[in-house]
Design a protein around this ligand. Structure first.
Ligand code: DGT
Ligand code: MG
Length: 242
């Protein structure tokens, strides 16, 4: 069997219920533990849809997705939520405390582990400045923290769960360039044994990815490293220069 955390797409096609044309066609790739797989492509290309198939927000219409060699449908909801942490494109917080938000998926974590997750996510500063710190209240939807803070808290929540697979949907583009760089540098060590899949808008976020998939109208039109794609893919060149 492939290592735990490995994500395999085998000829996956997906169309939203009731829609005429598929949004994703014949998607095949493997995201391995210890590697970063980046997905880039214009708005509407299908990046979020592709990520959402992994925790089974939707099921593939055709083809198969496997995690650690096991088909998603055989894995069960619990194993999926225990092994995969997703930071969605529009991250949400629950009403409750910062701590209860971080503990979603990490019920047994020590308080020190929660602070470590906050440090990596560059969120320890503003949390320690809030009255009550970990006990400080989050209103429904997280409207009493800024968008960038919400994003970092959701990244901290994903880290606290210590999953084998991380899914980051455009999680860094709302951050200023320097916070983005610091956060991604801090992520290297804690995610080094996991399969990391990153959807990105900024090419600078993914230049050091082990493989980049270029998605266009629901199809992978090119794949490779940054250097390889600069040579081989016009679509990638357009993204880089746009
Ligand atoms: P982004 O986030 O703006 O860069 O775009 P992507 O690449 O994340 O695109 P995605 O996956 O959100 O959308 C791909 C296509 O699927 C696009 O034509 C819109 C359509 N679509 C997205 N969500 C839904 C949905 O819930 N229902 C239906 N019927 N179509 C959807
Ligand atoms: Mg999206």
């Amino acid at each position: 069997l492939p290592e735990p955390g490995t994500v395999e797409f085998k000829d996956v096609t997906f169309g939203y219920p009731g829609a005429e044309a598929p949004v994703l066609s014949n998607i095949s790739f493997t995201a391995k533990p210890g590697q970063t797989t980046a997905i880039i492509g214009s708005t509407g290309a299908g990046k979020t849809t592709l990520l959402n198939l992994i925790p089974r927000l939707y099921d593939a219409t055709e083809g198969e997705i496997l995690i650690g060699g096991v088909p998603l449908k055989e894995l069960g909801r619990e194993a999926i939520s225990q092994n995969i942490s997703a930071v969605p494109q529009r991250p949400y917080l629950f009403s409750g405390t910062i701590e209860s938000n971080l503990r979603f998926g990490a019920q047994d974590a020590e308080e020190e582990e929660l602070w470590e997750a906050l440090r990596i996510a560059q969120a320890d500063g503003f949390v320690s400045e809030r009255e009550g710190q970990l006990e400080s209240k989050i209103s429904q939807g997280g409207t009493n923290v800024s968008g960038g803070q919400r994003q970092r808290l959701c990244i901290a929540r994903a880290l606290a769960a210590k999953p084998k697979t991380y899914l980051f949907d455009d999680s860094f583009s709302a951050l200023d360039v320097s916070t983005d760089a610091k956060l991604r540098a801090a992520l290297v060590e804690p995610t080094k044994d996991a399969a990391v899949i990153i959807v990105a808008q900024r090419v600078s976020t993914i230049t050091d990815a082990d493989q980049i998939l270029v998605l266009d109208h629901g199809e992978i039109v090119a794949r490779g490293t940054h250097e390889e794609l600069l040579e081989s893919s016009e679509t990638y060149q357009e993204i880089v220069t746009s």
